[in-house]
Write a protein that binds this ligand. Structure first.
Ligand SMILES: [Zn+2]
Ligand SMILES: [Zn+2]
Length: 276
């Protein structure tokens, strides 16, 4: 059976700095987007940094503590649409993940964005890592393995956010992704599959040309071959992208030929628990 679009596990409210304080981007607006599209599961994933975690001098989203993110509670619910509170968590340049073990337990779900290399001084030291494709690729690869080799993370409820976001290398994203060998991608995604971590899908399939698509699809096809499971996460910060979100998900599913059996277990479990 073809992969069913019944969820979106990456959404930002106005609490996220990248929403630029867009007062329209409320929990109600996100919920309405979910209802309109007939989804069964939504997650709110604002950026944050747990104030119980010592950043060792690499500051990021510190204005957004976990208690601040909880100001969005209670989230609207319907009998056929579950809306959960998650968060989008970074690993800073010292390899510190901004969510304490206690909060990792409190949150039903969260995503780790290893790929936010646009956050100069927070996730990356510009004196150590260049902005060119080769430097960014090596640094990104190292960070991915750092997360995947961490034995204490609850991977069954963690999503690997936007593997091919432009934030990895604003100078040359396609060049940077192309530098990963098939073997390197297999090494990464075999670990992701073994950990049971979900792989997020949201690359702009409807905007890329064929050449760009070929570059961007390769990692995800490799992930599929390695047995990874996928979830959809639009990463909307404002209401406008909601209009084309489902159309883009359709295109991704078509390109990757995804079946229901490719869906991340976390999504299946959450949807099964609807109405319990
Ligand atoms: Zn992100
Ligand atoms: Zn995001």
């Amino acid at each position: 059976m073809r992969y069913i679009i019944d969820h979106d596990l990456h959404n930002h409210s106005y609490l996220s700095p990248c929403s630029r304080g867009d007062s329209r981007q409320t929990r109600e607006a996100i919920f309405a987007y979910g209802m309109t599209n007939g989804y069964k599961l939504l997650a709110l994933t604002d950026h944050g940094w747990d104030d119980k975690v010592d950043d060792k001098g690499a500051r990021g989203w510190h204005a957004n503590t976990m208690n601040h993110l909880r100001e969005n509670l209670p989230l609207p619910q319907a009998k056929d649409l579950k809306f959960i509170l998650g968060c989008e968590i970074d690993m800073n340049r010292h390899g510190i993940i901004g969510l304490s073990p206690e909060e990792q337990e409190n949150f039903e779900y969260f995503i780790i964005s290893v790929s936010h290399l646009n956050l100069t001084h927070f996730t990356i030291d510009p004196e150590q890592v260049g902005s060119d494709a080769a430097s960014r690729k090596e640094y990104y690869k190292m960070r991915l393995h750092m997360v995947l080799d961490n034995d204490s993370l609850p991977f069954h409820k963690i999503g690997l956010a936007h593997f091919t976001t432009g934030n990895i290398c604003n100078a040359d994203l396609f060049g940077c992704i192309s530098l990963f060998t098939d073997e390197e991608l297999r090494e990464i995604f075999s670990k992701v599959a073994a950990r049971g971590m979900g792989v997020e899908l949201n690359f702009p399939a409807i905007s890329y040309n064929d050449e760009q698509l070929a570059v961007i699809l390769r990692p995800f096809r490799t992930a599929k071959e390695c047995g990874c499971k996928f979830y959809l996460g639009g990463d909307s910060h404002n209401p406008e992208p909601f209009r084309t979100r489902k159309q883009n998900f359709e295109k991704i599913i078509e390109l990757l030929e995804l079946e229901e059996s490719d869906k991340w277990e976390f999504v299946i479990r959450m949807i099964e628990s609807l109405g319990e």
